[in-house]
Design a protein around this ligand. Structure first.
Ligand SMILES: NC(=O)c1ccc[n+]([C@@H]2O[C@H](COP(=O)([O-])OP(=O)(O)OC[C@H]3O[C@@H](n4cnc5c(N)ncnc54)[C@H](OP(=O)(O)O)[C@@H]3O)[C@@H](O)[C@H]2O)c1
Length: 360
């Protein structure tokens, strides 16, 4: 009989193992519980929003647990929950979200879900969706149709407009930029240099690249800061971006093209993999619907396992591959010459090149 496969670490075992080392794990669970109770005792919240908060808290919790597993104990007690990062660092002037389309709305929902006070949010969006209007009404958010209505005192200008709108919006922003203002941009391809040049001010700028999974609070973001960004700005940007998933800081902005190619465009590759797995299943004789369902749930479940497990992808793959078995037979094809590695290397190189071209 083949040896037992190594299973991913489960949450309670990991928690118990690391409680003794960290000391702070239970405190953090208790703080999460307080946030959670606060969200659920607000009568104005809909069931959907409560479910969303629950999902966000659970993902925070799981990630915290994963981080505790790998983190040295001295970092374990840092109070780095959302409002510590954001609420305490805005000097009571608002975060202005400029552009609330798909990505801006996803961020806004996460900020509200994590308890950012409504006084600290102002949204500028010329053509708000019905959902955005409903959310603004419900939380009494300031929703402005035009930048000209924005009051000058803002702590953060958070740009979630399309890159093609940058030329018309950026020059107008200089009047909002003071010594302590932070500008965060998630515009694909627009460099910090381009942004600073167009606003004609030396400003603290963080350029970030999230991905579409931000819309369910499960994105990942890479971010880079210019030399005007102080620690307080960095914490503020981190807190706002972290609301939709983990944030990785990079030092070299040139890497943003490769980041875009891996994590910005990456969800599309995974969707394609799902489509192809379904088609391959149909080619192997499965009814189309069954093949689609099996492929979709397999990719979704594997992603979740990857998310929850302390093991990396290669270890998880090995844990489900018996020598001479069915999985090994498939992997021999996928990992052979001209296999998945070569294809993805070429795909990421093409996307990186295109990202550079689009940046001009
Ligand atoms: N979606 C993604 O997967 C993804 C991933 C990474 C990065 N990004 C970046 O995120 C940014 C937003 O993308 P998105 O998918 O959310 O696009 P989107 O849905 O088109 O949202 C952009 C929003 O900005 C609004 N806008 C235009 N001019 C404005 C102005 N003067 N003041 C305030 N708002 C204005 C647009 O309104 P109108 O509709 O009236 O033009 C639109 O609602 C882009 O720069 C993109 O590169 C997106």
């Amino acid at each position: 009989m083949a040896g037992r496969k190594q299973l991913p670490v489960d949450a309670s075992t990991a928690a118990k193992e690391h409680e003794t080392h960290s000391g702070g794990f239970l405190d953090r669970v208790s703080a999460l519980k307080d946030l959670f109770v606060r969200a659920f005792t607000d009568d104005n919240r809909s069931v959907e929003q409560n479910v969303r908060s629950l999902e966000l808290f659970i993902s925070y919790f799981i990630e915290e647990r994963n981080r505790m597993v790998h983190r040295p104990p001295q970092f374990a007690n840092r109070a780095d929950f959302f409002n510590d990062f954001v609420g305490d660092r805005t000097n009571a002037s608002p975060v202005a979200l400029i552009g609330a389309g798909k990505m801006g709305s996803a961020l806004l929902e996460s900020w509200i879900g994590l308890g950012l006070q409504r006084e600290l949010i102002v949204v500028v969006e010329p053509r708000p969706s019905k959902e955005l209007i409903d959310t603004s009404d419900k939380y009494k958010l300031r929703l402005l149709p035009d930048l000209r209505q924005l009051a000058p005192a803002v702590s953060v200008l958070f740009l979630a407009i399309k890159p093609q709108d940058a030329d018309s919006v950026l020059p107008y922003l200089s009047k909002f930029v003071g010594n302590t203002t932070l500008l965060v941009s998630i515009m694909a391809g627009k460099s910090i240099h381009v942004i600073s040049t167009k606003i004609k001010r030396r400003a603290a700028v963080v350029r970030a690249m999230p991905n579409i999974a931000a819309s369910i609070g499960r994105g990942v973001t890479a971010a880079v800061a210019n030399d005007m960004v102080q620690q307080k700005h960095r914490d503020l940007a981190f807190g706002l971006l972290r609301a939709t998933g983990p944030v990785e800081w990079i030092e070299n902005e040139d890497l943003m093209d490769a980041v875009t190619a891996v994590s910005g465009s990456g969800p599309a590759y995974v969707f394609l993999l799902t489509e192809m797995l379904a088609r391959a299943g149909a080619a192997a004789g499965l009814p189309d619907q069954l093949a689609s369902k099996l492929a979709r749930e397999t990719v979704a479940g594997s992603g979740e396992l990857l998310h929850r497990s302390a093991l990396d992808a290669a270890a998880l793959r090995k844990s489900v591959t018996s020598s001479g078995g069915t999985t090994a037979a498939a992997l021999n094809v996928l990992m052979g010459a001209h296999g998945l590695e070569q294809l993805l290397t070429e795909a990421v190189a093409a996307a990186t090149k295109r990202s550079r071209e689009l940046a001009g």
